[in-house]
Design a protein around this ligand. Structure first.
Ligand code: GDP
Length: 282
């Protein structure tokens, strides 16, 4: 990856400060991440602010992730959170499934037991494109009308009422100013968390081809019906795929197609964060 991905939204620091100030109003936090990269899509700058209350990590888009890696992530990280839940926000059963997991969690059960108000209040955070809006919309149903500018709440944060004795304090999809390593930026780019126009699609596609070839060897050849596949050479692979797609020399167009195929699950269940011995470095 040659391109340096940097992201510096002006309101980032201000929003984090506001989140810190609002923590006294909520009972707990929900950090939503993409189940395909549950570590890389966590915001490392927000934990300090939100961990003054219990934090539940939600691995969303579970339908697209590799169950083996999800299992390993949960086993290795379960002590770091009040709970790790898995959701498919596109599925009609989201509310039922999510609430079942929440209600069987001992930390949550204790909060319900001790609650003083009619509903519990949760701050909801997540990097862009992890499915935060889809998740909230499902739970809020028709009550999605955002109640902006309640006293003490600024223009970046909104209260949303759900039908389930739960109120959400929604926050904007946040990225932090500088990724700790380039690979995290690449993964977030592939998962749609950074505007495509800020990225070089062929860099992302080459990284993705290389990663998938190493970790899920048959997937790309099958998807694009390439029999003599240049397995160890992502550039040659991209050229073959481009021609197979009938896109002549338009590598950028083919790259976007590959990335979009991945994003929408056309390669099957594939994770980008790998754990333990499984990982073959890219
Ligand atoms: P946000 O930027 O975090 O608010 O993300 P959105 O809610 O806008 O979702 C981004 C994209 O992911 C949309 O195309 C959603 O339909 C899709 N999406 C959200 N949740 C899921 C999920 O659990 N599974 C799948 N397959 N797609 C999802």
């Amino acid at each position: 990856m040659t391109q340096q991905i940097q992201w510096f939204p002006g309101h980032m620091a201000k929003t984090i400060r506001e989140i810190g100030e609002q923590m006294k109003l909520v009972d707990f936090s929900l950090e939503i991440v993409d189940a395909r990269a549950p570590e890389s899509t966590q915001n490392p700058q927000i934990m300090d602010s939100i961990s003054v209350k219990p934090v539940f990590l939600i691995l969303n888009k579970i339908d697209l992730a590799d169950a083996r890696q999800v299992h390993k992530f949960v086993a290795a990280n379960k002590d770091k959170f009040a709970g790790i839940l898995t959701t498919d926000a596109k599925m009609g059963l989201l509310s039922k499934d999510f609430l079942r997991q929440l209600k069987t969690n001992p930390v949550y059960a204790k909060m319900v037991e001790n609650k003083k108000a009619a509903s519990l209040k949760a701050l909801v955070v997540g990097t862009p494109n992890v499915g935060k809006s889809t998740f909230i919309n499902h739970l809020a149903g028709k009550n999605i009308a955002r109640t902006a500018n309640t006293p003490g709440v600024t223009r970046f944060l909104y209260w949303i009422r759900t039908k389930y004795d739960l109120d959400f304090l929604d926050t904007p999809g946040l990225l932090w100013p500088k990724f700790e390593n380039q690979e995290i930026g690449t993964k977030i780019g592939i998962l749609g968390g950074i505007k495509d126009t800020l990225l070089a699609p062929d860099d992302l596609a080459l990284w993705l081809i290389s990663f998938i070839q190493k970790n899920y060897p048959t997937v790309i050849a099958t998807r694009y019906k390439i029999s003599h596949f240049p397995l160890d050479n992502p550039i040659a692979a991209l050229m073959s795929i481009t021609s197979q797609l009938g896109m002549r020399q338009d590598f950028e167009k083919a790259s976007l197609k590959i990335i979009n195929d991945f994003r929408s699950g056309k390669f099957g269940q594939i994770s980008l964060d790998f754990y333990g011995d499984d990982y073959i470095e890219n």
